[in-house]
Each structure stands twice: as structure tokens, then as C-alpha cells.
Design a protein around this ligand. Structure first.
Ligand SMILES: [Zn+2]
Length: 84
């Protein structure tokens, strides 16, 4: 009888360890997915006119500067021409 209880206790301990390891594995996999998502973000650029931040693909680039809209791109062009 004592042997049976010992085996039962051993089984419970093994079950707890296995379920904990499995849970940690799922958690670290979820963390890895989150990190993978955040490690490949799109570059953010700042509009040279209004200072708003936006993804590089949504911005307008001109002379090494980025703009949030076509309007700000043109606005900046006028300012540059005025300076010269
Ligand atoms: Zn802007």
C-alpha cells in the first residue's frame, strides 16, 4: 500500500513538472512571436515639417528628408527655394 502511494505521489510530481515545462514552453514561444513581431518593425521617420512620426513606406522622401504628406513635401520645397 505504501508503495502504491509512493508511485501515486511520484506520478503527481511528474505530471506537475511536465505541465509546468509545457506552460513555460508555450509562454516563451509566445514571447518569441512577440519579439519577432517587434524586431522587424517598419522604420519610423519624422516629417520634416510637422514632426509627426509615420512608417517609412507611408512617407514622402525628398533630399534625404521625409514628409507625412504630399502637401508638406511641397511646402518644404517652397521653403528651400525661398532660402536660396
Ligand atoms: Zn507633416
Amino acid at each position: 500500500m505504501a508503495k502504491f502511494l509512493l508511485l501515486l505521489a511520484l506520478g503527481i510530481v511528474v505530471y506537475l513538472i511536465v505541465s509546468r515545462v509545457r506552460r513555460d514552453g508555450e509562454r516563451s514561444q509566445a514571447q518569441r512571436e512577440v519579439q519577432a513581431g517587434s524586431s522587424t518593425p517598419e522604420d519610423m521617420v519624422r516629417c520634416a515639417v510637422c514632426g509627426v512620426h509615420l512608417p517609412r513606406s507611408e512617407g514622402f522622401a525628398s533630399r534625404g528628408k521625409f514628409y507625412c504628406s504630399d502637401e508638406h513635401l511641397r511646402l518644404s520645397g517652397h521653403e528651400v527655394r525661398k532660402d536660396k
